[in-house]
Design a binder for this molecule. Sequence first.
Ligand code: RP5
Length: 176
Amino acid sequence: MLFKKQKEELKEKRMKKRNNNLVGVIMGSKSDWDVMKNCCETLKSFQIKYNVRVISAHRTPKRLEKFIKESEKNGTEVIIAAAGGAAHLAGVTAALTTIPVLGVPMQSVLKGIDSLLSTAQMPAGVPVATLAIGKAGAINSALFAIAILSRKYPNILKKLQTYRNQFEKKVPKTPY
Ligand code: RP5
């Protein structure tokens, strides 16, 4: 009996070690990847562990529930949710967890305005921090997640400060 319990504890420990992704990145469709890969590349450039999944609030609601349960169990600290059109993914995710949710509106037939409003205009009570439409939002969602994590992890803070300082050197002083 005790042996079985110990085995289970060991299994859980191993699982935790394997899955300690600080950030979860989800998107409503595979078609969002072209934009959302910019988010993942930014996380990677800061050596942040993340997992990435295609999850839709309306097409795969069970997958969303499972993902959230696993994220909570595995200590995920920020979830980035990207969707386009009637973009409810970030809102539904935020409703199911207290992990901070960052929303990225995807381009759509209405140029992403519908996605932006659906993601940002959450009624009071369940917030979604919404970034810009498309690539800028994808990159900034990663940087925002990094800024949140940097309050707790000094090594991440150092990298973020270095990244910000580089702007001073990169931006030309004159426009010509
Ligand atoms: C949303 O619908 C997705 O996030 C995507 O932006 C949009 C279109 O999806 P597909 O029809 O390309 O799969 O749920």
